[in-house]
Design a protein around this ligand. Sequence first.
Ligand code: VG1
Ligand code: CO
Length: 544
Amino acid sequence: MQIKTHNTTPYDDQKPGTSGLRKKVKVFQSPNYLENFVQSIFNSLDDFQGKILVLGGDGRYFNRRAIQVIIKMAAANGFGELIIGQGGLLSTPAASNIIRKYQAFGGIVLSASHNPGGPDEDFGIKYNVSNGGPAPEKFTDTLYANTKTISTYQIAEIDDVDLDVIGESTVGGLKIRIIDSVADYAELMAKIFDFDLIKQSIAAGLITLRFDAMHAITGPYARQILENQLGAAPGSVFNAVPLEDFGGGHPDPNMAHAHELTEIMFGDNPPVFGAASDGDGDRNMIMGANIFVTPSDSLAIMAANARSIPAYAKGISGVARSMPTSQAVDRVADKLSLPCYETPTGWKFFGNLLDADKITICGEESFGSGSNHVREKDGLWAVLFWLNLIARKRQSVADIVHEHWQKYGRDIYCRHDYEAVDTEIANGILGHLRSQLNSLPGKSWGENVVKYADEFSYTDPVDNSVSANQGIRIGFTNGSRIVFRLSGTGTVGATLRIYLERYERDVLKHDQDAQVALAELVEIAEQLCEVKKRTGWTAPTVIT
Ligand code: VG1
Ligand code: CO
């Protein structure tokens, strides 16, 4: 095997965001752009010679090309074995499982998640460590530093590998295994949930379902598990073939983008259960007949009912949520006397808590939830959790949700996104917010009295690392909250996210429309941040 060392010059924009490096495909196609980043990953690792690297992606445009480059660079850099999903496909949770199951050194996941795909859209790359989770900030900081000084990269002069045929081969000293993308994951799910019970409920007609794979990675996984193994009617899974451009859509499972599913669930004769997942399979949207379950509520309901699921029957050790996620799960933790952690946005912050068994279940408001079974959020896991729960309780989704609210109260929640705002304006908005923080406590708007106003900083309870500037929180004495932060996954301009929540104990008021119930907070948020005034826009680009 001939190894070549190429000279290169650094790019200054390869700083990983909330979940890896995400850029336009065209940027990744710039000379050596991908090579620089991959070599910088390898340069940030120690003692990987001869070890296993897992490789796979969400199948978007440029996935195959990138995988061939990474194979050749991994060979040149001295990895001993590559485990690659057939066709270069692995959902993010499946990749996490493969890393853990085969005790790999780490993995490279190619995905820009819910961002659109295609020659003019987005691509992404992320490194996961040996616990199967996204590399912690300490690693991504080193990686970024390395991208700024890189001068050479190494690549093996070998032929492209056939990604489509399952089997093993060796090139030079490197073993390459192409594996079934779905089998190991399906096996893991069958160990966690009561497949027999779900299957019986489906066969008896107690559960009917539709799953929108949004032309993305979960199609093959959902078909295998929901249709082939659990017996859902053929066609229950739709948009099931992964396409390089996701059919031109945003593979983002929310009511704005998964409108086909939303129409079915709010249409005539809806099925009992509806769900969708995102580009790389780590997000989920849960729906029932005529009801949408907010991800924050879904997390709380899963935590409250964990003992109904075989894998968690003995109880859970604790829960965690990202800071902007609603406080619904805190109420459950309180009642069950469980530890509850508040982390910055992004799955990498749950890794230490899961490894130390401080938590079993965790989630984010952004349609992500998961448990200690892998170290990524997991869309189909959440879907199966709900199916198992419905089968156990023999209740509709709406009944499960309403019963939960009766017991715990409802945290009415919603997020307003202003996407692709001019970066200077966005930074101005954050600066303006910061300048008010000290003077806000005590200030009131009607019944909303500011209790605290701060910028969230997190100290990891396991390794004591500190992550500062993780978003601005305004908390009110009545429990309401407004959170502001800038997205770390976008590729154009800046995206301002405004998270709004209000607690409602009164059962008679639980069926309010969130937009109506939160109107007052929306108005306060605008007074505080002036996003409409400063951009001239009249409304958010997406409301979820
Ligand atoms: C968003 C979400 C965050 C999530 C991240 C990655 O990040 O808000 O909760 O962990 O995406 O999810 P940001 O920085 O844009 O707000 V995925 O499914 O895109 O890997
Ligand atoms: Co995703």
